[in-house]
Design a protein around this ligand. Structure first.
Ligand code: ADP
Length: 355
Protein backbone atom coordinates (compact mmCIF):
# COMPACT_ATOMS: atom_id res chain seq x y z
CA UNK A 1 0.00 0.00 0.00
CA UNK A 2 1.35 3.45 -0.90
CA UNK A 3 2.58 5.39 2.15
CA UNK A 4 3.28 9.10 2.74
CA UNK A 5 6.98 8.29 2.44
CA UNK A 6 6.46 6.60 -0.94
CA UNK A 7 4.51 9.61 -2.20
CA UNK A 8 7.14 12.08 -0.93
CA UNK A 9 9.97 10.04 -2.45
CA UNK A 10 8.24 9.92 -5.81
CA UNK A 11 7.76 13.70 -5.79
CA UNK A 12 11.51 14.30 -5.33
CA UNK A 13 12.03 14.07 -9.10
CA UNK A 14 9.96 17.23 -9.73
CA UNK A 15 12.38 20.13 -10.01
CA UNK A 16 12.34 23.95 -9.97
CA UNK A 17 13.69 25.07 -13.36
CA UNK A 18 15.84 27.84 -11.85
CA UNK A 19 17.63 26.19 -8.90
CA UNK A 20 17.18 22.58 -10.17
CA UNK A 21 16.21 21.66 -6.59
CA UNK A 22 13.24 19.42 -5.98
CA UNK A 23 9.91 20.88 -4.96
CA UNK A 24 9.74 18.92 -1.68
CA UNK A 25 13.12 20.18 -0.48
CA UNK A 26 12.12 23.72 -1.48
CA UNK A 27 8.98 23.47 0.65
CA UNK A 28 6.76 24.08 -2.36
CA UNK A 29 4.93 20.77 -1.80
CA UNK A 30 4.02 19.99 1.78
CA UNK A 31 1.48 18.30 4.08
CA UNK A 32 1.26 15.17 1.96
CA UNK A 33 -1.52 12.95 3.31
CA UNK A 34 -2.44 9.54 1.94
CA UNK A 35 -5.83 7.89 2.48
CA UNK A 36 -6.08 5.22 -0.20
CA UNK A 37 -7.16 5.82 -2.93
CA UNK A 38 -6.64 9.56 -2.34
CA UNK A 39 -3.59 11.81 -1.82
CA UNK A 40 -4.06 15.34 -0.54
CA UNK A 41 -1.20 17.82 -0.46
CA UNK A 42 -0.51 21.54 -0.27
CA UNK A 43 1.14 23.52 -3.05
CA UNK A 44 2.91 26.57 -1.64
CA UNK A 45 4.69 28.49 -4.39
CA UNK A 46 6.51 31.77 -3.96
CA UNK A 47 5.16 34.28 -6.51
CA UNK A 48 8.28 34.20 -8.61
CA UNK A 49 7.61 30.52 -9.28
CA UNK A 50 4.00 31.05 -10.35
CA UNK A 51 4.82 30.56 -14.01
CA UNK A 52 5.78 26.97 -13.15
CA UNK A 53 2.53 26.24 -11.35
CA UNK A 54 0.67 24.44 -14.14
CA UNK A 55 3.64 22.25 -14.98
CA UNK A 56 4.28 21.34 -11.34
CA UNK A 57 0.59 20.50 -10.76
CA UNK A 58 0.58 18.30 -13.84
CA UNK A 59 3.76 16.47 -12.83
CA UNK A 60 2.52 15.99 -9.25
CA UNK A 61 -0.71 14.46 -10.53
CA UNK A 62 0.86 12.14 -13.07
CA UNK A 63 3.58 11.03 -10.61
CA UNK A 64 1.08 10.12 -7.89
CA UNK A 65 -1.44 8.53 -10.23
CA UNK A 66 1.33 6.12 -11.24
CA UNK A 67 0.83 4.30 -7.93
CA UNK A 68 -1.62 1.47 -8.64
CA UNK A 69 -3.73 2.18 -5.55
CA UNK A 70 -3.99 5.99 -6.00
CA UNK A 71 -6.83 7.28 -8.19
CA UNK A 72 -7.47 10.76 -6.76
CA UNK A 73 -4.99 13.61 -6.17
CA UNK A 74 -6.24 16.76 -4.45
CA UNK A 75 -4.02 19.82 -4.41
CA UNK A 76 -4.71 22.62 -1.96
CA UNK A 77 -3.24 26.01 -2.73
CA UNK A 78 -1.44 27.81 0.05
CA UNK A 79 -0.99 31.49 -0.62
CA UNK A 80 2.30 32.73 0.69
CA UNK A 81 1.80 36.02 2.42
CA UNK A 82 5.12 37.70 3.17
CA UNK A 83 5.51 39.64 6.43
CA UNK A 84 5.49 42.87 4.44
CA UNK A 85 1.93 42.18 3.30
CA UNK A 86 0.59 42.23 6.81
CA UNK A 87 -1.13 45.52 7.36
CA UNK A 88 -0.86 47.63 10.49
CA UNK A 89 -3.78 47.91 12.91
CA UNK A 90 -5.64 50.72 11.15
CA UNK A 91 -5.39 48.72 7.93
CA UNK A 92 -3.12 51.27 6.30
CA UNK A 93 0.04 49.56 5.16
CA UNK A 94 3.26 50.86 6.67
CA UNK A 95 5.86 52.05 4.21
CA UNK A 96 8.75 49.72 4.67
CA UNK A 97 12.25 50.35 3.39
CA UNK A 98 13.63 47.50 1.34
CA UNK A 99 16.78 45.94 2.76
CA UNK A 100 19.74 46.64 0.50
CA UNK A 101 18.20 49.60 -1.38
CA UNK A 102 18.99 53.24 -0.62
CA UNK A 103 16.67 54.97 -3.09
CA UNK A 104 13.82 53.98 -5.38
CA UNK A 105 13.20 55.87 -8.61
CA UNK A 106 9.94 54.96 -10.38
CA UNK A 107 9.46 55.55 -14.11
CA UNK A 108 5.84 55.87 -15.17
CA UNK A 109 3.71 57.04 -18.07
CA UNK A 110 0.05 57.69 -18.76
CA UNK A 111 -0.03 55.27 -21.68
CA UNK A 112 2.09 52.62 -23.37
CA UNK A 113 4.50 53.08 -26.25
CA UNK A 114 5.92 56.45 -25.19
CA UNK A 115 9.36 55.02 -24.41
CA UNK A 116 9.05 54.48 -20.67
CA UNK A 117 11.08 51.24 -20.69
CA UNK A 118 13.70 52.80 -22.98
CA UNK A 119 14.11 55.66 -20.51
CA UNK A 120 14.20 53.33 -17.47
CA UNK A 121 16.87 51.09 -19.04
CA UNK A 122 19.08 53.94 -20.26
CA UNK A 123 18.82 55.89 -17.02
CA UNK A 124 19.77 52.72 -15.12
CA UNK A 125 22.76 52.12 -17.44
CA UNK A 126 23.87 55.74 -17.18
CA UNK A 127 23.65 55.67 -13.37
CA UNK A 128 25.71 52.46 -13.34
CA UNK A 129 28.31 54.15 -15.55
CA UNK A 130 28.66 56.86 -12.89
CA UNK A 131 29.95 54.10 -10.60
CA UNK A 132 26.74 53.57 -8.65
CA UNK A 133 25.22 50.21 -7.71
CA UNK A 134 22.00 49.98 -9.66
CA UNK A 135 19.02 47.62 -9.78
CA UNK A 136 16.29 47.61 -12.39
CA UNK A 137 12.88 46.19 -11.58
CA UNK A 138 10.75 45.72 -14.68
CA UNK A 139 7.20 45.63 -13.34
CA UNK A 140 5.57 46.31 -16.70
CA UNK A 141 3.34 43.25 -17.01
CA UNK A 142 1.92 44.40 -20.33
CA UNK A 143 5.27 44.62 -22.07
CA UNK A 144 8.18 43.39 -19.95
CA UNK A 145 10.80 44.35 -22.54
CA UNK A 146 13.85 45.07 -20.42
CA UNK A 147 15.36 41.53 -20.67
CA UNK A 148 15.28 41.97 -24.46
CA UNK A 149 16.70 45.50 -24.27
CA UNK A 150 19.57 44.24 -22.10
CA UNK A 151 20.12 41.05 -24.13
CA UNK A 152 19.25 38.62 -21.33
CA UNK A 153 15.83 37.35 -22.38
CA UNK A 154 17.07 33.75 -22.53
CA UNK A 155 18.29 33.75 -18.94
CA UNK A 156 16.54 32.21 -15.95
CA UNK A 157 17.11 33.87 -12.59
CA UNK A 158 18.21 31.51 -9.83
CA UNK A 159 16.83 31.22 -6.33
CA UNK A 160 18.80 31.33 -3.05
CA UNK A 161 19.01 28.54 -0.50
CA UNK A 162 16.19 28.09 1.98
CA UNK A 163 12.56 27.17 1.71
CA UNK A 164 9.27 29.00 1.18
CA UNK A 165 9.37 32.66 2.10
CA UNK A 166 13.05 32.51 3.06
CA UNK A 167 13.97 32.07 -0.57
CA UNK A 168 15.12 35.05 -2.58
CA UNK A 169 15.25 35.50 -6.32
CA UNK A 170 18.76 36.39 -7.54
CA UNK A 171 18.76 39.19 -10.15
CA UNK A 172 20.48 38.81 -13.51
CA UNK A 173 23.54 41.04 -13.92
CA UNK A 174 24.23 42.93 -17.14
CA UNK A 175 26.05 46.20 -17.87
CA UNK A 176 26.49 46.70 -14.11
CA UNK A 177 22.75 46.46 -13.48
CA UNK A 178 20.92 43.89 -11.34
CA UNK A 179 17.76 43.09 -13.27
CA UNK A 180 14.54 41.42 -12.23
CA UNK A 181 11.68 41.38 -14.71
CA UNK A 182 8.15 40.14 -15.12
CA UNK A 183 9.55 38.95 -18.46
CA UNK A 184 11.45 36.18 -16.65
CA UNK A 185 8.25 34.96 -15.03
CA UNK A 186 5.77 35.15 -17.89
CA UNK A 187 6.27 32.60 -20.60
CA UNK A 188 6.61 34.04 -24.09
CA UNK A 189 3.33 34.35 -25.94
CA UNK A 190 1.27 33.87 -22.79
CA UNK A 191 -1.61 36.32 -22.48
CA UNK A 192 -1.39 38.69 -19.57
CA UNK A 193 -4.17 37.64 -17.25
CA UNK A 194 -2.76 38.75 -13.94
CA UNK A 195 -5.44 40.16 -11.74
CA UNK A 196 -5.01 43.15 -9.48
CA UNK A 197 -4.45 41.31 -6.21
CA UNK A 198 -1.96 38.98 -7.80
CA UNK A 199 -0.07 41.86 -9.32
CA UNK A 200 -0.03 43.49 -5.91
CA UNK A 201 1.65 40.57 -4.28
CA UNK A 202 4.06 40.14 -7.20
CA UNK A 203 5.27 43.73 -6.90
CA UNK A 204 5.77 43.37 -3.17
CA UNK A 205 7.58 40.09 -3.58
CA UNK A 206 9.75 41.67 -6.25
CA UNK A 207 10.72 44.26 -3.70
CA UNK A 208 11.11 42.10 -0.61
CA UNK A 209 11.93 38.64 -1.95
CA UNK A 210 14.76 39.53 -4.26
CA UNK A 211 18.40 39.43 -3.23
CA UNK A 212 19.13 43.13 -3.86
CA UNK A 213 22.68 43.84 -2.81
CA UNK A 214 23.48 47.30 -1.46
CA UNK A 215 21.94 49.28 -4.29
CA UNK A 216 22.35 53.03 -4.45
CA UNK A 217 19.25 53.17 -6.67
CA UNK A 218 16.54 50.77 -7.74
CA UNK A 219 14.90 52.01 -10.95
CA UNK A 220 11.36 50.65 -11.39
CA UNK A 221 9.79 50.44 -14.84
CA UNK A 222 6.07 50.55 -13.99
CA UNK A 223 3.22 49.41 -16.22
CA UNK A 224 1.62 52.32 -18.09
CA UNK A 225 -1.50 53.98 -16.73
CA UNK A 226 -2.98 54.31 -13.30
CA UNK A 227 -3.47 50.81 -12.04
CA UNK A 228 -2.83 48.48 -9.14
CA UNK A 229 0.91 48.38 -9.68
CA UNK A 230 1.31 52.11 -9.00
CA UNK A 231 -0.96 52.01 -5.97
CA UNK A 232 0.63 48.88 -4.58
CA UNK A 233 4.11 50.33 -4.97
CA UNK A 234 3.17 53.67 -3.45
CA UNK A 235 1.64 51.93 -0.43
CA UNK A 236 4.55 49.54 0.10
CA UNK A 237 7.81 51.44 -0.05
CA UNK A 238 9.13 54.96 0.28
CA UNK A 239 9.81 56.21 -3.28
CA UNK A 240 12.45 58.90 -3.56
CA UNK A 241 11.19 60.25 -6.86
CA UNK A 242 8.95 59.44 -9.81
CA UNK A 243 9.74 60.34 -13.42
CA UNK A 244 6.72 60.83 -15.68
CA UNK A 245 7.44 60.12 -19.36
CA UNK A 246 5.43 61.77 -22.10
CA UNK A 247 5.76 62.44 -25.82
CA UNK A 248 5.59 66.02 -27.13
CA UNK A 249 2.12 65.83 -28.75
CA UNK A 250 -0.60 67.81 -27.06
CA UNK A 251 -2.86 64.73 -27.26
CA UNK A 252 -0.49 62.89 -24.90
CA UNK A 253 -1.19 65.45 -22.22
CA UNK A 254 -4.50 63.99 -21.11
CA UNK A 255 -2.99 60.59 -20.28
CA UNK A 256 0.11 62.06 -18.71
CA UNK A 257 -1.99 64.39 -16.51
CA UNK A 258 -4.05 61.47 -15.24
CA UNK A 259 -0.93 59.52 -14.31
CA UNK A 260 0.65 62.49 -12.63
CA UNK A 261 -2.51 63.32 -10.64
CA UNK A 262 -2.59 59.80 -9.27
CA UNK A 263 0.96 59.98 -7.91
CA UNK A 264 0.13 63.33 -6.33
CA UNK A 265 -2.95 61.85 -4.71
CA UNK A 266 -0.91 58.94 -3.38
CA UNK A 267 1.58 61.40 -1.90
CA UNK A 268 4.50 60.04 -3.94
CA UNK A 269 7.28 62.58 -4.57
CA UNK A 270 7.60 63.57 -8.22
CA UNK A 271 11.07 64.16 -9.62
CA UNK A 272 9.92 65.68 -12.91
CA UNK A 273 8.97 65.13 -16.53
CA UNK A 274 10.96 63.48 -19.31
CA UNK A 275 9.74 64.29 -22.81
CA UNK A 276 10.67 61.47 -25.15
CA UNK A 277 10.72 61.52 -28.97
CA UNK A 278 11.06 65.29 -28.82
CA UNK A 279 12.54 65.69 -32.29
CA UNK A 280 13.91 63.45 -35.00
CA UNK A 281 17.64 63.66 -35.63
CA UNK A 282 18.47 62.19 -39.07
CA UNK A 283 21.61 60.02 -38.83
CA UNK A 284 23.15 61.64 -41.93
CA UNK A 285 22.36 65.21 -40.74
CA UNK A 286 22.97 65.18 -36.97
CA UNK A 287 22.78 69.01 -36.77
CA UNK A 288 19.13 68.95 -37.97
CA UNK A 289 16.06 68.34 -35.84
CA UNK A 290 12.52 67.70 -37.04
CA UNK A 291 9.70 67.99 -34.54
CA UNK A 292 7.61 65.31 -36.18
CA UNK A 293 5.43 64.69 -33.15
CA UNK A 294 4.74 68.37 -32.48
CA UNK A 295 6.10 70.05 -29.40
CA UNK A 296 5.46 71.41 -25.96
CA UNK A 297 3.62 68.69 -24.00
CA UNK A 298 6.57 68.09 -21.68
CA UNK A 299 6.96 71.76 -20.82
CA UNK A 300 3.20 72.28 -20.41
CA UNK A 301 2.97 69.34 -18.02
CA UNK A 302 5.99 70.50 -16.04
CA UNK A 303 4.74 74.11 -15.78
CA UNK A 304 1.20 73.11 -14.79
CA UNK A 305 2.57 71.10 -11.88
CA UNK A 306 5.51 73.21 -10.87
CA UNK A 307 7.89 70.45 -11.84
CA UNK A 308 11.16 70.33 -13.75
CA UNK A 309 11.32 69.26 -17.39
CA UNK A 310 14.25 66.96 -16.64
CA UNK A 311 15.18 66.01 -20.21
CA UNK A 312 14.06 66.03 -23.81
CA UNK A 313 15.20 62.87 -25.57
CA UNK A 314 15.33 62.99 -29.37
CA UNK A 315 14.21 60.25 -31.74
CA UNK A 316 17.34 58.47 -32.93
CA UNK A 317 17.42 55.35 -35.04
CA UNK A 318 20.04 53.55 -32.87
CA UNK A 319 17.65 53.89 -29.93
CA UNK A 320 15.44 51.32 -31.66
CA UNK A 321 18.04 49.13 -33.38
CA UNK A 322 20.47 48.90 -30.48
CA UNK A 323 17.76 48.10 -27.98
CA UNK A 324 16.50 45.36 -30.30
CA UNK A 325 20.06 43.99 -30.29
CA UNK A 326 20.18 43.97 -26.51
CA UNK A 327 22.61 46.89 -26.04
CA UNK A 328 21.10 50.18 -24.85
CA UNK A 329 22.33 53.25 -26.74
CA UNK A 330 23.90 54.77 -23.62
CA UNK A 331 26.29 51.79 -23.58
CA UNK A 332 26.86 51.28 -27.31
CA UNK A 333 26.95 54.90 -28.55
CA UNK A 334 27.70 57.23 -25.62
CA UNK A 335 28.28 60.22 -27.92
CA UNK A 336 24.79 60.28 -29.44
CA UNK A 337 22.60 63.14 -28.28
CA UNK A 338 20.15 60.86 -26.47
CA UNK A 339 23.02 59.15 -24.60
CA UNK A 340 24.32 62.55 -23.51
CA UNK A 341 20.82 63.47 -22.26
CA UNK A 342 20.55 60.18 -20.35
CA UNK A 343 23.93 60.87 -18.75
CA UNK A 344 22.82 64.37 -17.69
CA UNK A 345 19.63 62.92 -16.24
CA UNK A 346 21.62 60.29 -14.34
CA UNK A 347 23.93 62.98 -12.94
CA UNK A 348 20.94 65.03 -11.84
CA UNK A 349 19.51 62.02 -9.99
CA UNK A 350 22.89 61.23 -8.41
CA UNK A 351 23.42 64.77 -7.19
CA UNK A 352 19.90 65.10 -5.83
CA UNK A 353 19.95 61.91 -3.75
CA UNK A 354 23.39 60.42 -3.50
CA UNK A 355 25.89 63.22 -2.91
P1 ADP B 1 6.90 51.90 -23.34
O1 ADP B 1 7.76 51.30 -22.27
O2 ADP B 1 6.41 53.28 -23.01
O3 ADP B 1 5.79 51.01 -23.81
P2 ADP B 1 9.20 51.44 -25.08
O4 ADP B 1 10.35 51.97 -24.30
O5 ADP B 1 8.99 49.96 -25.13
O6 ADP B 1 7.83 52.15 -24.63
O7 ADP B 1 9.34 52.08 -26.56
C1 ADP B 1 8.44 51.77 -27.58
C2 ADP B 1 9.21 51.71 -28.91
O8 ADP B 1 9.71 53.00 -29.24
C3 ADP B 1 10.42 50.79 -28.85
O9 ADP B 1 10.55 50.14 -30.08
C4 ADP B 1 11.59 51.74 -28.64
O10 ADP B 1 12.80 51.23 -29.17
C5 ADP B 1 11.12 52.98 -29.41
N1 ADP B 1 11.66 54.23 -28.83
C6 ADP B 1 11.46 54.71 -27.60
N2 ADP B 1 12.07 55.91 -27.45
C7 ADP B 1 12.65 56.20 -28.62
C8 ADP B 1 13.44 57.31 -29.12
N3 ADP B 1 13.70 58.37 -28.36
N4 ADP B 1 13.89 57.26 -30.40
C9 ADP B 1 13.61 56.20 -31.18
N5 ADP B 1 12.87 55.15 -30.79
C10 ADP B 1 12.39 55.13 -29.54
Amino acid sequence: MTTIEDANNALLKILDVGSKKNVVELGWIKNVRVTIPRVILTLSLPSFANSQRDRIVQEVRSTLLNFHDISDVQIELDNNIPQSEIKSENNVPDLQKVKGIKHIIAVSSGKGGVGKSTIAVNVACSLAKLGLKIGLLDADIYGPNTPLMLGVSEENPKVTEGIGNDQRLIPINKFGISLVSMGFLIEEGQPVIWRGPMLNSIIRQFLYQVEWENLDFLVIDLPPGTGDAQISLAQSVPISGTIIVTTPQQVSLQDARRGLAMFKQLGVPLLGIVENMSAFIPPDMPHKKYEIFGKGAGKTLADENNLKLLAQIPIEIPLVSESNDGIPISISQPNKESSIKFKELAKLIKHKFND
